[in-house]
Structures are given as C-alpha cells and as structure tokens.
Design a protein. Structure first.
Length: 362
C-alpha cells in the first residue's frame, strides 16, 4: 500500500444515492409485508410504523459503506446487491433511533412523532383499555428489535457471494454489540447524573461515532475484499471523523434550529444529555452557572430557560472548545485518509463527505 495518496475534495451529489437506498428499503419492506400478511391488521400497523421509521434521513451510514467499498474496489460489479448491503446499515440506524427515542422519552423524530408516541396515540385514539404509554413503549421495543433483526437479514441476503459477505458480517456483529453497549453506557451516565469529559467521549465513541462512520467504512471495504491492514488504515479516517460528526450533533442538540432539526429547541438539555459539550461547560463555568446548568438538565424547559442555558454553555467557552475539537478531529481524519493509498476518486469523495457531515446544520 503506498505511503500517501493526497486527495482533493471531489463533490458528489448524494440525492440519487439516497433515492436508491430508499427504493431498496421499500422493496425489502414489501417482501416483509407479504411474509407477515397472515398476521392481520396488527402486523400492518407495525409495518406501517417501520415504513415511517425508514423514511427520510441523510443515509450517512449507507453512504460511507458504499464509498468504503469503492475505495478498495472502484468498479461496482453488482450495484443492486451492494445497495442492499449498504442499506442494512440504515435498518440498524432506524432500530437505534426507535429505541433511543423511547429511552430518552423524546417525543419527536424528524419533525414527527417518535415511534413510541405514535403508537401510544393510536392506542388512545382507538379507545383501547389499559395504559396507552405502556402499549407505545412495548410496541416500540418490538419495532426496534424487528428492525435490528432485519438489518442482519438484508446484509446476509444482499445477493453478493457469501464468501464476500462473511467478513462484513463479522464487522457488523461487532458494530451492533458496540452500539448497544454504548447505549447502555449512555443510560448509565444519565442515571448517575454525572459525566466528565473522558466519560462523555467514551459514550460518544461507542454509542455513535464508531457505528456512524468507522464501521460502515469497514463493512463496505470488507465486502470489497479488503485486508485487515486496509481495514485498520480506514479506522485512522473513520474514527476521528465519527467523533467529529457526533460532536457536531451535540452542538445541534443544544443550538440547532427546530425547523431544521425536527427536534424541540435545546432538546438535549431537556433530555438531560451528559454530552462532551455539557461536560466541558460544567467544568469551565462559574460555580453558580455550573449549578444552574446541572440542576436544569433533564427537566422541562421553556424557550427562555433554554436560551439561559445556551448562554451559560457559550460563556463557559465550551461551544468554542467543541468547535476546535471538531476542526482538529477532521484534520486528523483527513491525514489518515491521505495515508491509506486507496482509490483517489473515492478518497476525494470521502474527503468531501468529511466536510459535509461535520459542517451540517441538521
């Protein structure tokens, strides 16, 4: 492998790819609908909610799997099969979001009701007996489990030779274990009501950073027959970029425009998220401001209160420090990409994607 392959950003229009992923997921759901038809209207409701959970989104995970493959094998010989394999990561993402919204008691996702709230409202509207919230929670757990099972099914049966898929499945198994364990770390941190910067970074790395970019790159590369050395080289790009990606998400969770994010203002503050941004603010703010922020986390907040907490975070220097961290991590990732010696065109697109995923507003 060459020591260095300097790349220039290669702009890429993701819209056709996103549409192709959506078509792939729709076709997969159509097959599942036929399989479960005999279960009647209850299965139909579950599948309808699955369809909603799989609609829209940036498709970053499928995208990085696709370009991870093309970085190793520039020519795609079976586009439909590779699309199915990459789309499996979007099923994993949908599963994680359904469960995450339930655990965080988050009412909305992409500007619409989260799955557990949607199913709760259905219970209410039909006038069924029992606890509507419990029904919504139970149904969302099952929906997330179903999406998780489907992710394995779609990758395993993507249509590529099993000998090519097997190494990718091993990475996918590890990826799922990491994200579930990372989610538990997050739950535990929230329960303790405290996280320093190192703890918050560990949660960020395993709950989001690795499965958002590093592991999708690995899955795509493994499908292309990448050696362990190439897989390791891609980590030098994918892991720091994944961390920068999630740090940007943490900023949006506090400062993002609800019209763009589809989430209420300051949603991470209302949910009590102990992110790196919050950990830095608590460490650097004055004792009075730190106490105000700490006590407000995880409680209902109106717009005025959200603005007050945003001010505390900004004045502490935490936002500026996280922006500096993002810049440094992106630079580290790009140096890692240049050192891979992989296909120049694919590396150029990956360089462009690195900027796109870390400078986004949604």
């Amino acid at each position: 492998m060459p020591e260095q392959c300097l790349t220039a950003p290669t702009e890429w229009d993701p819209s056709p790819f996103r549409a192709a992923v959506q078509t792939t997921l729709d076709e997969f759901l159509a097959v599942q609908t036929d399989r479960l038809r005999d279960l009647g209207p209850d299965a139909t409701r579950l599948l309808d909610e699955a369809r909603t959970s799989l609609s829209g989104g940036k498709r970053f995970r499928a995208t990085f799997a696709w370009w991870g493959h093309r970085a190793v094998r520039p020519e795609v010989t079976d586009e439909r099969a590779l699309l199915r394999a990459c789309s499996a990561l979007e099923l994993l993402q949908a599963s994680a979001l359904v469960h995450d919204d339930l655990m965080d008691a988050s009412d909305t996702r992409r500007g619409r009701l989260a799955a557990h709230k949607s199913l709760e409202q259905e219970h209410l509207s039909r006038g069924w007996p029992g606890d509507s919230a419990q029904y919504g929670a139970a149904a969302a757990i099952l929906l997330g489990d179903l999406l998780l099972a489907w992710s394995d099914e779609l990758l395993r049966g993507c249509g590529l030779p099993l000998a090519d898929v097997a190494p990718a499945l091993e990475i996918f198994d590890l990826c799922r274990s990491e994200v579930i364990a990372g989610q538990f770390l997050d739950v535990s941190v929230q329960a303790r009501g405290h996280a320093d910067v190192d703890e918050a970074m560990t949660v960020l790395r395993y709950k989001s950073a690795k499965y958002s970019i590093e592991r999708p790159l690995h899955v795509g590369a493994a499908l292309a027959g990448a050696t362990p050395e190439v897989i390791e080289a891609l980590s030098a790009f994918g892991l720091p970029l994944g961390e920068a990606f999630q740090l940007r998400d943490d900023i949006l969770g506090v400062y993002g425009d609800p019209a763009a994010t589809g989430k209420p203002a300051g949603d991470d503050l209302v949910e009590g998220k102990r992110t790196v941004l919050v950990a830095l603010a608590l460490a650097n703010a004055s004792p009075a401001d730190a106490a105000t922020l700490d006590q407000a986390l995880g409680s209902p907040l109106d717009t005025t209160q959200v603005d007050q907490l945003r001010g505390i975070i900004t004045d502490s220097g935490a936002r500026a420090e996280v922006e500096q961290m993002i810049t440094a991590l992106v630079s580290q990732a790009l140096r890692g990409l240049d050192a891979t010696g992989l296909d120049p065109h694919a590396c150029g697109v990956l360089r462009w994607l690195a900027e796109a995923v870390t400078q986004r507003t949604v």
